[in-house]
Design a protein around this ligand. Structure first.
Ligand code: PMP
Length: 399
């Protein structure tokens, strides 16, 4: 018998399934609001100016492509820490945070999960209900028991913080809690500053291990404001992990640029956990890639490129916000009882629109517009050319 005969069939996650259905759809007007990619006013995935300039410089230098350090280069790691913690942050001088270049945000989560699996084997990992599809699979594959904590309130389109807090209080000490630092995927609903101020000390009191996922820094309120929860954890003195992704903020999805930051209580503990993480990387893919990280490093460290990147990131953020306002106002006016106004308050690339699975199906079948069954749409894929059609289609299926 075959070695592989016993493999259980399992479906692809819903996003990948819809992606395949979209590709197979031959209707010319098909529109994909199901995936998590930012497109510009012309519907194209942007090539950021600063990124293109950094790439030109890279080619001109014609540097040899030798192996990179296991943890990535120091300028890259320092730049990631400054982005997360703020350039003048006290923690930068304390040497208690280790940053390692990773294979996108996913690779950072996976590397963090592998480190935690050594330290807390079989622990519980709590993820928000709902969360990014891959969180659950990733932590389950790393050997954890994955549970969820209440998060989204369909009634308000925001976070049900009371229910979330109560559930976290019931978790056993040593449980790992995955938190979206900003721009929650899939709902767009974020905690308020007051709620973070309550949550950060609660995590320490209960002995919970925070693992922050920041895949959309710069897409919510701005680079600094979006990292405020990370900075709050740093100031609290507790130990935690952060997975950064640069896929969206640099529009470099396929280059797989990300970083894992592990914050320890002091620099000698940091050295221990950094060494463990490096051993795990060495035995899984040996060294990280060169190109994408070199580009991000150049943009983050060259003042002119950095300023231009921040401008273009702000343009992306403001464009999404403009689409949110149009969508919320138009749908709220047509369906005052459906809670569409929350779309305007939600942050990042996605919104939970409140569309039912049946409405999402009709949107796809009758109007060629792909949304997730959960009602998640990618607001960042809307533009002046397609938004009226999308709003009319949502209006029609919501009747
Ligand atoms: N976390 C969240 C919440 C995400 O939405 C994503 C990307 N969709 C990731 C992590 C992974 O990012 P990357 O594509 O850089 O692996």
């Amino acid at each position: 018998t075959s070695l592989f005969a016993g493999i259980q069939d399992a479906p692809l996650d819903p996003i990948m399934r819809l992606f395949e259905a979209f590709n197979a759809d031959t209707r010319p007007g098909k529109l994909n609001l199901a995936i998590g990619v930012y497109t510009d006013a012309e519907g194209k995935v942007p090539r950021l100016r600063a990124v293109q300039e950094a790439e030109r410089r890279w080619i001109d230098k014609a540097l040899p492509k030798t192996y990179r350090p296991i943890e990535g280069t120091k300028p890259f790691r320092d730049a990631v820490q400054a982005l997360l913690f703020g350039s003048g942050a006290a923690i930068l001088g304390e040497s208690r945070a280790a940053t390692l270049q990773s294979v996108g945000g996913t690779g950072a989560l996976k590397m963090g999960a592998d480190v935690l699996a050594r330290l807390k084997p079989g622990a519980t990992v709590a993820v928000s209900d709902p969360t990014w599809e891959n969180h659950r699979a990733l932590f389950a594959q790393a050997g954890f028991t994955v549970v969820d904590y209440p998060y989204f309130s369909a009634d308000t389109g925001g976070v049900d913080y009371g229910a979330m807090r109560a559930a976290l209080e019931r978790l056993p000490a040593g449980a790992i809690v995955v938190l979206h630092a900003c721009c929650h995927n899939p709902t767009g609903a974020d905690l308020t500053a007051e709620e973070w101020a309550d949550l950060v000390p609660l995590m320490a009191e209960r002995g919970l291990i925070p693992f922050l996922d920041i895949a959309y820094q710069g897409f919510g309120l701005g680079l600094d404001a979006d990292a405020a929860p990370v900075r709050r954890f740093a100031e609290s003195g507790q130990e935690f992990l952060v997975a950064s992704s640069f896929s969206k903020s640099f529009s470099l999805y396929g280059e797989r640029v990300g970083a894992l930051t592990i914050v320890a209580a002091d620099s000698s503990l940091r050295a221990k956990v950094e060494a463990l993480a490096k051993r795990l990387v060495r035995a899984s893919y040996s060294n990280p890639h060169t190109h994408g990280a070199a580009i991000v490093e150049t943009v983050l460290t060259d003042p002119a490129l950095r300023a231009d990147w921040e401008r273009e990131l702000a343009e992306m953020r403001e464009r999404i916000q403009a689409m949110r306002v149009r969508m919320a106002d138009s749908l709220q006016q047509r369906h005052p009882d459906r809670g569409f106004a929350a779309i305007k308050v939600q942050k990042g690339m996605f919104s939970y629109t409140g569309l039912t699975p049946d409405e999402a199906t009709r949107l796809r079948e009758d109007h060629e517009v792909y949304a997730l069954e959960t009602g998640r749409v990618c607001v960042a894929a809307l533009n002046a050319h397609n938004i009226d059609r999308v709003l009319d289609a949502i209006d029609a299926v919501a009747r």
